[in-house]
Design a binder for this molecule. Sequence first.
Ligand SMILES: Cc1ncc(COP(=O)(O)O)c(C=O)c1O
Length: 456
Amino acid sequence: MPTNRATLELFAALDRSRPEPLRAQLEDAICAAITGGGLPPGTRLPASRSLAESLHVSRGVVSEAYAQIAAEGWIEVRHGAAPVVRAVPANIKRDSPSLCSVVAEAPRLDLTATAPDLSAFPRRAWAAALRKVLAEMPDAALDYGDPRGDDELRTELAAYLVRVRGAAASPEDLVITSGYTQGLWLACRALKRRGATRVAVEDPSLDDAWGTIRSAGLEVVGVPVDEHGIDPSRLDADAVLVTPAHQFPTGAVLSPERRRALLAWGGIVLEDDYDSEYRYDRAPVGTLQRLAPDRVVYLGTTSKTLAPALRLGWLLAPKDLTEAIAQERWAVDSGGPAINARAYARLIATGEVDRHLRRTRREYRERRDLLVEALTRQLPSCTVDGVAAGLHLLLRLPPGTDEDAVVRRLAERRIRVNGLNTYRLAPKDEPALVIGYGRLSKPAIAGAVDQLELTV
Ligand SMILES: Cc1ncc(COP(=O)(O)O)c(C=O)c1O
């Protein structure tokens, strides 16, 4: 039963001597009550007028606080009705020492650069595709299958990667994986079998990937990245993992000279093409794989376009590596889940993937424009970088800023964001925040930038 708002007492210690506006303090107090279990899902909150009276603040303070936390997904506000507390999902922290620990306090705003907008997942289209697939799939297709993954998806995906990414793809060279992460691990295992010992990574780069490489038994060495991407002349390894189309997390594009140098280098290139679907105001950057299919392992994922929970990715390997990779896949889990794979094949074949990308590209572009505009206006001492593509940007803080302290202060306000040093093997004194806008709805952007302005 929803709690009756007429009798609901709400504690909020608002302190006018604190630098944070009363509105922000009230937002914090309500969110703390929600995460602390004091306001369970379904609770009706007081009308803005009565809460304003009981807290001795103006009604505008309460309405603005309600609007902000509604935009962040904490409560639901419907015209003419009392706001209602929504169910706050438990958050699994990606970078926690214990991977499965549940964060006690859910962040009010999650600006980490990992997930896309999960509310955009095309549930109806996915459900329809699954229904169709289950109705049509012959019994034999429910058996163990090809270690490279479902043949229908490999066929659809090969054509899709040729069309959309200009890749040199054929169904035989594709392996469907459980996300990019498994693809990277499988490729590393296959390389280790061939005698590889060291994999170079961009510094900075996705920290999770370092653990994946190490767990495949290989050493990780960092190579610095500048505004032109990684410098291949500094490579001393058997293979290198790169994000050439949109360097993670700096947003740099690998320059033409360095692309050439990388392709001329003798080792294997692991090309992480994690977010190339989201490109806004720059020409498409082709894949390295297309130029050297015999030396590049191309890795893709649905984690940025659809949802990480699908655990659906792929790799395109040089012919002499595909068999070893398929064997590793078989050893790990006797092949991948064919039902989901076939549903995704159907979404590609029916044009649903293209439609979804067009919709979400427009949405992310609008978010990016609003975010960049607000950051440039409200934080003029910072520089915004890496905005031409993807779902995140880099906010460079004024020299001398203590990056860790900024991240900590934001965490105290329950704003989750990573500093650039999170992604560096060799930390540097070049303070910056990596700000993801996948989970930042348009109405929540103004409040997020206000919080950054107050903290930086
Ligand atoms: C640089 C980079 N590569 C790849 C991925 C996707 O990994 P996966 O497909 O294993 O979810 C991510 C997700 O955050 C990423 O940031």
